[in-house]
Write a new protein. Structure first.
Length: 138
């Protein structure tokens, strides 16, 4: 059930990325900002609607997938919690998409560099050279 809301949020995030990139490429910063505002607004319509359904009829939604009463009880609790989380996810994913569309991908590059460094540290008593330095591309 959570996936329904997440798919919608992801779609809006991709739209924000494309719209921001297109408008910044056309040197229309104001339109890029407005595109993000509109995308957040449209996404909130969808996520608030799903959140309301998750809060008002969680038992019916979970019972579409199972008849086990314990699973339904756990699912109801989960949907009530995730109802609020989806609203925050809307902002997070759309703004992440907007930043990616604007070319701000520092966090992704930083994580990649960090994981590359971690992958190439020698373990205690292990080889002293990394895979990159061994191939000459450190």
């Amino acid at each position: 059930m959570e996936g329904l809301g997440f798919i919608a949020i992801s779609g809006f995030a991709l739209a924000a990325s494309a719209l921001v990139g297109q408008n910044l490429g056309a040197r229309q910063e104001g339109r890029a900002r407005e595109a993000v505002r509109l995308t957040v607004g449209y996404c909130l319509i969808v996520t608030v609607t799903t959140a309301i359904a998750f809060l008002l009829i969680p038992d019916r939604l979970v019972s579409l997938f199972t008849r086990d009463t314990q699973v339904i009880a756990d699912g109801v609790l989960y949907l009530r919690v995730i109802a609020f989380a989806q609203i925050g996810q809307s902002f997070e994913l759309i703004l992440e998409g907007a930043l990616a569309g604007a070319g701000y991908t520092f966090c992704r590059r930083w994580r990649a560099r960090r994981s590359r460094r971690c992958a190439f540290h020698s373990p205690p008593g292990g080889r002293s050279r990394s895979a990159c330095s061994a191939s000459g591309s450190h």
